[in-house]
Design a binder for this molecule. Structure first.
Ligand code: GRF
Length: 212
């Protein structure tokens, strides 16, 4: 049987912790359901559990501890060098808990995605699930968006809703949202590489299911 050609859709994944979204992406790729290849996983936290998961999946990992750089840009330049050297075409933030410098965002303009556990623009920043419960909303969810230079604010690619139940606490709501995050992120990556996404101001067009 002819060997399957390696995908040219090279992604770099930035993490700071658990790495369940990263794992979902890697699993989808290895199942052959996402035409992409993980070129590198970078963590700013040496103890991030996701690093072990990535290694188990055979993906190269790199720790670039932000505490070893004087400025955010200096740290981001190290990441960009490593990602660029491996030909990364799309950077996926998956629980990466630091703001990126404007320099990095310009370097990978239109090619950085993030996932956030709320229906943005509601509840950006930390503790999104707690914010949702405290605001009394009946529906929350998750959002994949392009990253700009503000917190959780770039153009929205895809969203998925989940109900907020009477007896929810931040953990139960987080778990319900996380189940949706994994699939949503993979779908957004696929759409990006499919090449039909167009950013028009705040809007990302080309995400509707095609009917033809
Ligand atoms: C997820 O809830 C994601 O939406 C947010 O950080 C969390 C990361 O979880 N940005 P994991 O590390 O992917 O498990």
């Amino acid at each position: 049987m002819p060997e399957k050609k390696a995908s040219k859709n090279l992604i770099g994944i930035l993490i700071s912790g658990r790495g369940s979204n990263m794992r979902a992406i890697l699993d989808r790729i290895s199942a052959g359901d996402l035409d992409a290849r993980a070129a590198l996983v970078v963590s700013n936290e040496p103890k991030a559990a996701g690093l072990l998961l990535a290694r188990e999946c055979g993906v190269p990992t790199l720790v670039i501890d932000h505490r070893d750089s004087l400025t955010r840009e200096e740290h981001d330049r190290k990441m960009a060098d490593a990602l660029g050297a491996r030909g990364v075409r799309l950077v996926c933030l998956a629980g990466y808990m630091r703001l990126l410098s404007p320099w990095f965002i310009e370097r990978f303009e239109g090619r950085v995605l993030n996932i956030h556990p709320s229906l943005l623009p509601s509840f950006p920043g930390r503790d999104a699930q707690r914010q949702a419960i405290e605001a009394g909303v009946k529906i929350s969810g998750c959002t994949v968006h392009f990253v700009d230079d503000r917190v959780d604010s770039g153009p929205i690619v895809l969203q998925e809703a989940v109900p907020v139940l009477d007896d929810d606490d931040p953990d139960t709501l987080a778990a319900r949202i996380l189940e949706k995050e994994h699939d949503l992120y993979c779908r957004a990556i696929a759409l990006h590489f499919y090449g039909r996404l167009r950013v028009a101001g705040r809007r990302v067009l080309g995400t509707n299911p095609r009917v033809d």
